[in-house]
Design a protein around this ligand. Structure first.
Ligand SMILES: Nc1ncnc2c1ncn2[C@@H]1O[C@H](COP(=O)(O)OP(=O)(O)O)[C@@H](O)[C@H]1O
Ligand SMILES: [Mg+2]
Ligand SMILES: [Zn+2]
Length: 328
């Protein structure tokens, strides 16, 4: 997957600072602990000089097996003494070693596999998270959480269809809370349907916040914003930027597409939407879609076949009530 230079630079900076901070914590600890227990420093120096002797013995080319064995024994004994001294004084054995975020690559971003240097999973994740963050910058995750969502805004009087908004919304609220708590990469998608001001954006952001806390990558975008941005990049021939945005929309664990149906519809936007949904549905990756359109309006705006395919991959939540904003 190709990311822009900006994404690479940002992710690489993060990786370097992880590594540097692990190394400097270890250096700092050594300084403190060596002051208290100078024997540790002596051991470290002896180990270094054994290392040098070992290298010399190997390079000398003569049969150095005996010498090497003796050096190895000395070094093992010193290492044991070093660890024992730490433990005796209340530290863990590895207290003075750098503690990298990723054990596999020691935060270098690369590992050896079958004699080849390959990108470590942690670096791939960092790149994809950075790309998500860049997208979320366009539409920052607000402070909409489950805690700030109030059910008291919904009426307990039946609406014209005989449904009680308070009851319906209580169910929707618990559904969304469970969904967020049990989220996995294979969760179903959700369609939140209903007129403006009923809390669709609020609840989908609440889900986003919880799912992010669990360590998943989430992209929240509004359909009109992202589609016009993609279209702009496309027609200014910024294909790599367009591809990068598309890739983040495909790759993230959870995509939230807000206000679907309010975009200015063109051939380009329709194709982008079909493409996006097909790719995610085929990969079994969840999308949360919010829309003010009714089922019939959706079929009118896209195709009936497309709408039924999307619906089959999603759970439908019908929001009812009256515009919360008139109560705020
Ligand atoms: N149940 C609720 N409790 C608290 N605030 C709410 C609730 N529902 C909506 N809001 C607030 O009202 C405003 C409009 O809601 P929003 O989620 O944007 O509605 P929608 O996306 O359905 O149009 C937002 O500021 C949102 O935080
Ligand atoms: Mg909304
Ligand atoms: Zn790694």
């Amino acid at each position: 997957m190709a990311y822009s230079k900006h994404i690479y630079d940002t992710a690489t900076d993060k990786l370097n600072s992880r590594r540097m901070s692990a190394l400097s914590v270890a250096d700092y600890r050594k300084e403190q602990v060596y002051n208290l227990f100078p024997r540790l420093k002596e051991i470290e120096q002896s180990l270094t000089s054994i290392g040098v002797s070992t290298a010399k013995a190997v390079l000398s080319g003569k049969d150095a097996v005996k010498e090497l064995t003796s050096l190895k024994e000395k070094s093992t004994a010193l290492q044991e003494e070093y660890k024992a001294l730490l433990v005796k004084n209340g530290y863990s054995e590895d207290y003075l070693e750098p503690h990298f975020v990723c054990d596999k690559c020691s935060d270098t971003g690369f590992v050896e596999l079958d004699n080849k240097t390959v990108t470590c999973e942690c670096y791939k994740k960092l790149l994809s998270d950075t790309a998500c963050e860049e997208l979320n910058k366009i539409s920052p995750l607000s402070l909409s959480t489950f805690d700030t969502f109030k059910l008291s805004y919904y009426s307990e009087t039946p609406d014209k269809n005989g449904n009680i908004p308070y009851n319906r919304m209580s169910k929707i609220y618990s559904f969304c809370l469970d969904y967020a708590m049990e989220f996995s990469k294979k969760s179903k998608g959700i369609i939140m349907k209903g007129s403006t001001g009923l809390g669709k954006t609020h609840l989908s952001l609440a889900i986003a916040n919880e799912v992010i806390k669990k360590g998943f990558s989430v992209v929240y975008v509004s359909a009109p914003d992202i589609l016009s941005k993609l279209e702009r990049e496309h027609f200014s021939y910024e294909y790599s930027r367009e591809q990068e945005i598309m890739q983040s929309l495909f790759d993230c664990d959870l995509l939230i597409l807000d206000d679907l149906g309010t975009e200015f519809s063109t051939q380009f936007t329709s194709t982008a939407i079909y493409n996006l949904f097909n790719t995610r549905i085929n990969a079994g990756k969840p999308i949360i879609i919010n829309t003010n359109l009714t089922g019939a309006e959706l079929e009118n705006a896209y195709s009936q076949r497309f709408v039924s395919r999307v619906m089959a991959s999603c759970l439908m939540l019908d929001f009812i009530g009256s515009d919360i904003r008139s109560l705020l």
